[in-house]
Design a protein around this ligand. Sequence first.
Ligand code: GDP
Ligand code: ZN
Length: 460
Amino acid sequence: MYVKDTIAAISTAIGEGGIGIIRVSGPEAIEIVNKIFRSIRGKSLLEVDSYTAHYGHIVDSTEEIIDEVITLVMKSPKTYTTEDIVEINCHGGMVPLRKVLDLILKEGARLADPGEFTKRAFLNGRIDLAQAEAIIDLIRSQTETGLRVAMNQLEGGLSQKVGEIRQDLIKLLAHLEATIDFPEDEIEDFNSDELSDRIDGIAKKVEKLLRTSQKGKILKEGIETAIIGRPNVGKSSLLNALLREKRAIVTEIPGTTRDIIEEVINIDGIPVKIIDTAGIRDTEDIVEKIGVERSEEFLNRADLVLLVLDAHQGITAEDRKLMGSIKEKDAVIIANKLDLDSKLDFTEIEEILTDKPIVKTAAVENQGIDELEDVISNLVFSGEIKNEDQTLITNMRHKNALDRAYQMLLDVKKTFELDLPNDFITIDLRAALEAVGEITGDTIGEDIIDQIFADFCLGK
Ligand code: GDP
Ligand code: ZN
């Protein structure tokens, strides 16, 4: 367990804002804030009800006013951390926020670690580990679909499915152990078919969850996409057509050339991340701009390649070379400029790239863009039903745990077929149970917990 001290942090984003919030949580939260808060109506925070807001000033040790604030008092246990919480709504801006925070620390609170409020919610049993992790996913989600999946996980969708698997394992273990411990008792040994069926049933549930992980990863992390093609075939025009309706967010990628930004397009909830350089967006050509080596690097990294051809010009030697380089990739061929006469030999494309979809577009006229989006969506989800169930494995940690549990269950089956005693079976079943329990944090080491919360933002 942890030391139940009182922690504090600035919970709003760093920088200038309309308001900034300082959150204080722990047994002394109300007392500490009360020492530096002067209510306009002369009220002490020690006497107020839970979930009430109070207008007043924050003052320093000389009673000088630091900021005009509203404090919100929330009493244990119905709070984010389950502890007493006071939130101070200050005027935004780093100087007043820092000053107020310093005063709180001086009165005895400790600066919270990143994610420590959420960690307390977990340690105090309000949410499990999978739900806590959903909170980061929620904050970082890139599309509404990603947000819905995270919300489902926060509300316990995944925890419930994992809980069912754990219950099945526990019941089976209890029964097997009873037959081991009290062999001469009434407890009926499973007949072999029955035991085998039950293990299969559990393995199937694990496998079903595991199958969602590919889709989950895509929804959470998106797919890296490269638009390639000769100069002037229409790459920039295509990107602009896609961005017109579907731009999700623009992020700068740290550590790369100043000009490289990443555009994220939302296609059916899939964050399609297009590595964009000044080259694609402007009229210059990406291959020239970043060099052949870099573009090969992009190509290797990409999960999806969009190869643009100029239908008006027909296929050139360079196009053939590009086609040759993407044979092993997930790719869509885009026959662009189809508003002009076409010299494109579609049979030749199909001969070189037998299984790649071809989409006809006129990027400047916005034609074929919807079809392109459908093709991308189908390619990525390979015809899987969309949105039927929002419980998806989006987290590598969860996937690894399930993979291990699945492996253990296969081992159980093997042991069982060899007709070894029940003890051998229970050892593997226990291991499977532990692996599954790591997802919700029922069975997990403190170091891993620390690692998970260290990835959170400050003040969350
Ligand atoms: P990039 O070098 O591959 O990025 O090509 P751009 O998008 O810069 O386009 C090169 C030229 O082709 C520009 O003059 C565009 O207006 C034109 N262009 C692009 N797409 C089309 C199209 O679908 N039809 C026609 N007629 N012109 C296009
Ligand atoms: Zn361009």
